[in-house]
Write a protein that binds this ligand. Structure first.
Ligand code: MIC
Ligand code: SF4
Length: 645
C-alpha cells in the first residue's frame, strides 16, 4: 500500500494499534527532549517511577527558559536537572548553549526518528524529517522509562507547496498565511505533511520555522520530507551519516490537502492577541512600535540573524524603539561573530541577550505599559510578554529589523533587493556546552529547597457535586491557566506556590474561590488549553481541587495533561448547555465510575437549574483507565501491582 511520510514513520515505530485516524496507537520513542521550565517536573516524575536506566536511544535535557537568576530558585533547578541527567545517562545542554529546538535541530534531530519533547514546539524537528511531538511532562517521563508513547492516530493533511518565495517573503510569512486560513484550532488531531516542488527551495531552518508554528495550529505535528537540502544541512553539522532520504510514496493518500503557492506569499503579521489574527504587513504599515525582539525557537537561525544584521547594518535603531536580539544557539552566535554580523547588530544599537528563550516567555524584556512589541516569535497571547497592556505582533526577522529602524511597522519591500541575496551557511561546530552522559556522572541528585513534590490525585468517587468556580470563553491558553514570566517561572517546581496565581489574569480570586469551595468545575468554550505543553496548567488545578473541565472542545496536549492528572475532560454535546451554565451553578455527576465504565457518554445535572447535560468523554480506552485510577501515576502503580500478582 502507498504510504504518506507520516504513515511510513509511524508504521516503523508502531507497537500496537492500527493506523486508522482516531484510533489509539502506541509507538516507540527514539529520543526525548526536555527544557527546564517543564523539565524539573519530568525528572521528579521519572524518579518517582523508580527506573534504573532510560529506554530511549537518546535523551537531552536543556536549560533555556528560566535563565534569569534573580534568586536561588532557577539556579537550583539547573543543578537539579544537571545532576538528574547525570544519574540517568541523559545529555545535558548547559544554560547559554541555546534554545532546545534550535540546538536539537543542529546537533541531534534525525530524519525518520521519533522525538517526544516536553515543549509544544518540539515539532520544530519536523523540518529535518523527524516525527517530533510535543507532550506533557509525564508522557515524556514515561517515554524515557519505557520507550513508548500512546496517542490517537492523527489525520494527515498534505500541504502542497507550489512555486518559490519572492523576497522579502519568508518562511514565517508562509506559516502566518496558513494560520490565517486554518486558525489556532485548525490543526487539532492532524499532522501537516509538506510536499511539492516548493519544498526544495526551503532550507532546513526555514522548514523548521514552518513546523515550529504548526504548534499554533494545534497540530499533533508537522513534517517535511528529507532530501538533498537535508543532507546539506546535516553535512554542515558534521552529521552526514544521519541522513536518510524520506518522502511519501507516489500514490500516497491523505485525509485532507491544501495547496499554497509560495510565489503569492507577502510579508504578514499576527496581530494582538492571537497567532491566527493575521493581516498583511502592508495593512499595518505606519503603526508605531516601541519594542522589537528578534529570536525564539521560530526565528533565530544563522540565516534569520544574518538577514536582520544586513538590514540593520549602518543604521541606527529608532530612538523610540528598544531592539533586543536573542540568538537561538551558541553556534549561531559564534558564527555571527566570525562573519562580522554581530558587530553590525551591536553597532546599530541592538541589545544582544544570551542564547535562550528570553522575552518569548516573559523572562525579561517586558514592554512598557501599552507598549507595541514586534516579535519574530510564535505566540502573542495577552500578557505573555509580561505586560498585560502590551500589544504584540508576530513577524519575520526582515519585517522586524526594518521596523526597528523606522520606529513603525514597515514592509521590508522598501529595501534594496540585493539585501535579500541568499545567505551562505558556514560550518561551525562546537559542543563544549553539551555534557554527554560519560562526562556528567552524578553520584547524587541535588534538590534545592524550592523543589517540592508534585500533587497526586485520587480515583473518582461515585458522585461528584461541585460548583462551577470559573466560566471562560473560547481559546483559553495555558498562559491564562498558569501564567509564566520572570516572577512565576522560578516556581515551576513548586506547585503550592504557583497555585496562588492560577488564572490570575482572568479571575484574581480563582485560587481563593477553589479553596473556599473545596475545588470545583471549570466551564469553557472551544479549544480549551491551547498553546504550551506545561502540565502545570493541569497539576495546579488538580492541587486546587478541580475535578472536571466541561468544554466545547480541548487542545490536544492540555487534554492529555488533564487526563494524566486525573481531571476529567468533558465535551458538551450541545453547545446550548455551555450558554445555560452560569458561574457558581452547582453541578452533579452521579455514578461517574459506572458511567465511565459503560461508555463514552456522561450525564451531569445542573442542580441550580435542574437541567440534565449530556457530555462526551472523548478518550481512548487507556485514557479511561487512567481517569478511573485517578491519574497516570496511580494507573502505573496499579499495573505494577497486577504484574507482581
Ligand atoms: C512556551 O512557549 O509556552 C513554552 C514556555 O516553551 C512552553 C513550555 C512551558 O510552559 O514551560 C511550551 O511551549 O510548551
Ligand atoms: Fe522558548 Fe519561546 Fe520557543 Fe517556548 S516558544 S520554547 S518559550 S523560544
Amino acid at each position: 500500500m502507498a504510504l504518506n511520510l507520516t504513515q511510513k514513520i509511524i508504521s516503523k515505530h508502531l507497537i500496537s494499534g492500527s493506523m486508522e485516524s482516531g484510533k489509539e496507537i502506541e509507538i516507540s520513542v527514539d529520543s526525548t527532549l526536555t527544557q527546564d521550565s517543564t523539565g524539573t517536573m519530568v525528572y521528579l516524575q521519572l524518579e518517582a517511577m523508580d527506573v534504573e536506566k532510560i529506554k530511549t536511544k537518546l535523551s537531552v535535557a536543556y536549560v533555556d527558559h528560566n535563565m534569569l537568576q534573580t534568586g536561588f530558585e532557577n539556579a537550583d533547578d539547573h543543578l537539579y536537572i544537571k545532576t538528574v541527567a547525570g544519574k540517568y545517562g541523559i545529555y545535558f545542554s548547559r544554560p547559554g548553549n541555546g534554545i532546545c529546538h534550535q540546538v536539537q535541530l543542529e546537533r541531534f534531530a534525525k530524519p525518520g526518528w521519533t522525538l517526544l519533547g516536553s515543549d509544544s514546539h518540539t515539532p520544530t524537528a519536523g523540518g529535518i524529517g523527524s516525527l517530533a511531538i510535543g507532550a506533557g511532562g509525564l508522557d515524556v517521563a514515561v517515554a524515557m522509562a519505557n520507550g513508548k508513547y500512546s496517542m490517537t492516530m492523527p489525520k494527515v493533511c498534505n500541504i502542497i507547496l507550489e512555486g518559490k518565495l519572492k523576497p522579502p517573503a519568508t518562511a514565517k510569512d508562509v506559516i502566518l498565511y496558513i494560520l490565517k486560513k486554518l486558525t489556532v484550532k485548525g490543526g487539532v488531531g492532524k499532522v501537516f505533511e509538506y510536499s511539492g516542488e516548493g519544498v526544495g527551495y526551503l532550507s532546513i531552518p526555514e522548514r523548521a520555522t514552518i513546523t515550529n508554528m504548526g504548534a499554533e495550529l494545534g497540530a499533533t505535528t508537522s513534517i517535511f520530507p528529507s532530501d538533498e537540502r537535508t543532507r546539506e544541512f546535516l553535512k554542515l553539522q558534521g552529521r552526514e551519516e544521519d541522513f536518510v532520504e524520506l518522502k511519501a510514496d507516489e500514490r500516497a493518500k491523505y485525509d485532507e490537502a491544501l495547496t499554497v503557492d509560495l510565489s503569492n506569499i507577502l510579508p504578514m503579521a499576527a496581530c494582538p492577541h492571537s497567532p491566527d489574527n493575521v493581516k498583511s504587513v502592508k495593512e499595518l504599515e505606519g503603526t508605531k512600535v516601541t519594542q522589537v525582539a528578534i529570536g525564539s525557537c521560530t526565528n533565530s537561525s544563522y540565516k534569520d540573524l544574518v538577514m536582520a544584521a544586513r538590514i540593520l547594518k549602518g543604521n541606527r535603531v529608532h530612538p523610540d524603539v528598544s531592539l533586543v536580539i536573542s540568538p537561538g544557539s551558541k553556534q549561531v552566535l559564534t558564527k555571527l561573530s566570525m562573519t562580522g554580523e554581530l558587530k553590525d547588530l551591536i553597532d546599530c544599537g541592538a541589545r544582544v541577550l544570551e542564547c535562550g528563550c528570553g522575552p518569548c516567555i516573559g523572562m525579561g524584556q517586558a514592554p512598557e505599559t501599552d507598549g507595541v512589541s514586534l516579535r519574530t516569535f510564535n505566540r502573542n497571547f495577552e500578557g505573555r510578554s509580561g505586560t498585560k497592556s502590551a500589544k504584540v505582533y508576530l513577524v519575520s526577522p526582515e519585517t522586524a529589523a526594518v521596523s526597528a529602524i523606522y520606529g513603525k511597522i514597515t514592509d521590508p519591500s522598501i529595501l534594496e533587493s540585493d539585501i535579500f541575496d541568499s545567505v551562505k551557511e558556514l560550518s561551525y561546530i562546537n559542543d563544549n556546552m553539551i555534557l554527554p552522559p560519560e562526562e556528567n556522572i552524578s553520584e547524587q541528585v541535588i534538590k534545592g529547597p524550592n523543589i517540592k513534590p508534585f500533587p497526586l490525585n485520587t480515583p473518582p468517587t461515585d458522585r461528584i457535586i461541585r460548583k462551577v468556580v470559573l466560566k471562560v470563553e473560547d481559546n483559553i491558553t495555558t498562559d491564562h491557566i498558569m501564567p509564566s514570566g520572570a516572577s512565576l517561572l522560578p516556581y515551576r517546581s513548586n506547585i503550592p506556590h504557583l497555585s496562588k496565581y492560577c488564572f490570575s489574569g482572568v479571575d484574581p480570586d480563582f485560587s481563593k474561590t477553589c479553596r473556599e469551595n473545596g475545588g470545583g468545575f471549570i466551564v469553557a468554550g472551544e479549544n480549551y488549553g491551547q498553546g504550551s505543553s506545561r502540565e502545570h496548567a493541569a497539576l495546579v488545578p488538580l492541587y486546587l481541587g478541580i475535578k472536571a473541565v466541561f468544554a466545547k472542545s480541548f487542545a490536544r496536549i492540555h487534554k492529555a495533561n488533564l487526563i494524566n492528572s486525573g481531571i476529567i475532560p468533558l465535551t458538551f454535546t450541545d453547545p446550548k448547555d455551555y450558554s445555560e451554565i452560569k458561574a457558581f451553578n452547582e453541578l452533579e455527576i452521579k455514578d461517574i465510575v459506572g458511567q465511565l465504565k459503560t461508555g463514552n457518554i456522561v450525564y451531569a445535572v445542573n442542580m441550580t437549574s435542574g437541567k440534565s447535560i449530556k457530555l462526551l468523554v472523548d478518550v481512548t480506552d487507556t485514557e479511561k483507565e487512567i481517569l478511573l485510577s485517578g491519574g497516570y501515576i496511580n494507573y502505573m502503580k496499579g499495573r505494577r501491582v497486577e504484574c507482581h500478582a
